[in-house]
Ligand binder design. Structure first.
Ligand SMILES: Nc1ncnc2c1ncn2[C@@H]1O[C@H](COP(=O)(O)OP(=O)(O)O)[C@@H](O)[C@H]1O
Ligand SMILES: [Mg+2]
Length: 393
């Protein structure tokens, strides 16, 4: 490949010499220098493409018959312009992989561009993993991968832009300012996340385990609808297998204790992490907090289980759900009662998701159905509630 490129460059140089035969030797030298530079840049881009796993990706796409559905290949200059040369004020997030920038494409479309900071020896497996997984799945509550750029030193991933940040941002803001993300909105995000995960576990073929479900990986779009993101450590489940043996990956506070002990990853590991996220939604507390909580309960799941067992859940529910935010519209007794029962129902579900034994946890599909049911009851009219009560008699 390099030899071919080198020969092409040489030929270009010779033809340049002919073209500029009449020019002075100084200007000829300048042109040769520019041409050599261009050849060198081209060669470097090709080298980066190979090092970033471009060939593996092409092979994968071909093997899946995805030739026409390839994610778009962006040029480095296109993305440089979109992010104003990766300006600091375009930064929207940082994570394990690197930095994420907001970008505006020539078409005016807003995108999020993930840029790894330090190149890894032998290419970046997480990057390839994310591209391969995201090109196979399409769901309204899973972030859409628009394309990638492989000609840069480290690969770049381009996603649809989620304008409302992450669920973690909203929960933090709830904790630090007067803003409170309402209970109905939280329940919606929980349902949409469960829908996306249920699709990954049951409908995707082969099934996909996310492995890093947490509020910082749930993005929110213009309407505050959830988009599950960050598939860097996700795994495809091989045909007919129930678990995958793998080194432990995930985030402290969300990690399934059974997976941690047995190194066997199952769909119930995602159920555990979602359980922690449900507790975050109920309490607005951080999943791990060694500064403000008793060391014994720095882990939120342990704090929650302790309070459930003591019959003292009410002590950790965010009290602001039941406060009237808009002074002019007082919350009716019935409204308060509905929200309270809805929170208790989600707490009961979260408790089962946090069972130490994976087998005792509900499946993601059961979680999804139960959350839908809770939401239906929250929004049911008085007449429907009364009818349901009669049916129980
Ligand atoms: N599509 C997106 N739209 C808006 N912000 C995003 C998007 N993708 C990522 N981010 C921001 O960047 C952060 C890190 O992205 P993430 O995909 O979680 O990567 P990492 O593997 O580095 O954790 C997120 O927590 C979020 O703040
Ligand atoms: Mg992340």
């Amino acid at each position: 490949m390099y030899i071919t490129n080198f020969v092409t460059c040489k030929l270009q140089l010779i033809s340049t010499k002919f073209m500029f035969g009449g020019c002075s030797s100084a200007s000829l030298g300048f042109v040769i220098m520019i041409m050599s530079l261009r050849c060198w840049v081209k060669m470097m881009k090709r080298k980066n493409f190979i090092q970033n796993g471009g060939k593996q990706l092409q092979e994968f796409m071909r093997s899946k018959g995805y030739d026409h559905a390839l994610p778009k290949i962006f040029t480095s200059s296109e993305l440089k312009v979109a992010t104003n040369n990766y300006a600091d004020d375009m930064k929207i997030g940082t994570g394990g992989f690197g930095v994420v920038y907001k970008g505006k494409l020539k078409t005016g479309k807003l995108v999020a561009i993930k840029k790894e900071l330090v190149p890894k020896d032998g290419g970046n497996k997480e990057f390839l993993n994310e591209v391969m997984i995201l090109t196979q799945i399409h769901h309204k509550h899973i972030v859409k991968l628009l394309g990638c750029c492989l000609e840069t030193k480290t690969p770049l991933l381009v996603y649809e832009y989620a304008s409302n940040g992450t669920l973690a941002d909203h929960l933090q803001e709830t904790a630090n300012s007067g803003y409170v993300m309402g209970w109905e909105q939280r329940l919606n995000v929980a349902i949409q996340t469960a829908e996306a995960l249920s699709y990954l576990h049951r409908a995707a073929s082969p099934p996909i385990l996310h492995r890093d479900i947490k509020s910082a990986n749930i993005l929110l779009d213009d309407h505050c609808d959830a988009k599950v993101g960050d598939f860097g450590v996700s795994r495809l489940v091989p045909d007919g297998e129930k678990h995958i043996s793998t080194v432990v990956q995930g985030t402290l506070g969300y990690l399934d204790p059974e997976y941690f002990q047995t190194l066997q990853l199952t769909d119930k590991s995602d159920v555990y992490s979602l359980g922690v996220m449900l507790v975050e939604l109920i309490t607005s507390l951080k999943p791990v907090d060694a500064h403000h909580r008793d060391p014994e309960f720095s882990n939120l799941a342990l704090l929650f289980i302790h309070h459930i067992k003591e019959g003292a859940l009410v002590e950790i529910i965010d009290p602001r759900f039941l406060e009237t935010i808009d002074e002019s519209v007082a919350m009716s007794h019935e409204q308060t009662w509905r929200i309270r029962s809805s929170i208790l129902a989600v707490a009961s579900l979260a408790y089962r998701c946090l069972s130490l034994v994976g087998h005792d946890r509900p499946s993601m599909m059961e979680v999804e159905h139960e959350l839908h049911d809770i939401s239906r009851k929250l929004h049911a009219t008085r007449f429907e509630v009364a009818e349901e009560s009669v049916a129980l008699l």
